[in-house]
Design a protein around this ligand. Sequence first.
Ligand code: ATP
Length: 347
Amino acid sequence: MIRLAGLSIDLPGFRLAPLDLEVEEGEFFMLVGPSGAGKTLLLEAIAGLQPISGGTIALDGRDVTVLPPERRRVALVYQDYALFPHLTVAQNIAYGLRFCGGGDRAHIDGLVDLLRLGHLLDRRPLTLSGGERQRTALARALAVRPDLLLLDEPLAALDPLFREEIQSHLRELHGQGLTLLMVTHDFGEVLSLGQRVAVLDEGVLQQVGPVEEVFRRPVNGRVASFVGMKNLFRAVVSAGEGRLDDGKRLILSPDVPDGRALFGIRPEDVELCREPSGEASFPCRVEALVPRGAVFDIVLRFGTLRLVAQMAPSRLLDLALRRDECVWARFRPASICRFPDGEVGCP
Ligand SMILES: Nc1ncnc2c1ncn2[C@@H]1O[C@H](COP(=O)(O)OP(=O)(O)OP(=O)(O)O)[C@@H](O)[C@H]1O
């Protein structure tokens, strides 16, 4: 569906390095990365709104590299809706159709039903809630029957209730066969909506793969920390045992190759017990208990190593953990990721 080959963008203060990327027809594809990574520029390049410096863009087998936006059959929805304030919901939805020789009534009525906008058609954007504005923006984007829907953080400005509502609309559109490429900062959104994900960092594509794989097996420390692998530390390993820089020892796993490396472990993969459990467990001091929505982060100290474990409140109550107490931690061997040492931007 989307085939980017050697696509690059050179701007005075930013460079999107040449990248290759393919998105399949009917796929729900996610694009993530820190602020300023180049995500919006990439979407705008695909939509034809951002000039590129090199490479080609093919959509559905057609080379669209030099086509104007209105001939690409692509729609782009932004976080801030970009609705026209002086037009009603109905006029906003119909707006794009003027460039496409008018629309088909049944299609527009279908969208109005799908996105539950019927009772809002005569209202102006300023009188709508965030969720209603985003539903209007989606209807306007879909009115022109795009082959591809690009979404630039469409849920970021919405409160959780509206976010869930728009997520379910997006799932429904995907179920109808639409191809979606969505930018988000939120890895929870990636897990709940996406099939594959690309991680972009400082203009460089770091990893592309199934959501589960990028989440569980990030290719380097930068991707690891971006996907929530909060525990990153260096150790020299010998026979499955790691020696930290302060000399403390940690039993990792017999499968871990010898040598110095950067290690990553997700906070939910740090197991805590009141008593030592097997020889792989090590004693930590509880530094803080931080509520994070439905879970708690337990900040732990083991020598100079700071670790974060994550658990549900019920487990925290079972353990009756308090600040400054001692607790025994261990890592699930299968959850240990090993990255090359010496990466820039990692601890
Ligand atoms: N027209 C432009 N001219 C020069 N630099 C630009 C232009 N547009 C964007 N940039 C710069 O390019 C970089 C990437 O911008 P982009 O908006 O794609 O980031 P992003 O990954 O979408 O970030 P965020 O998540 O914060 O929206 C930024 O440093 C931005 O300042």
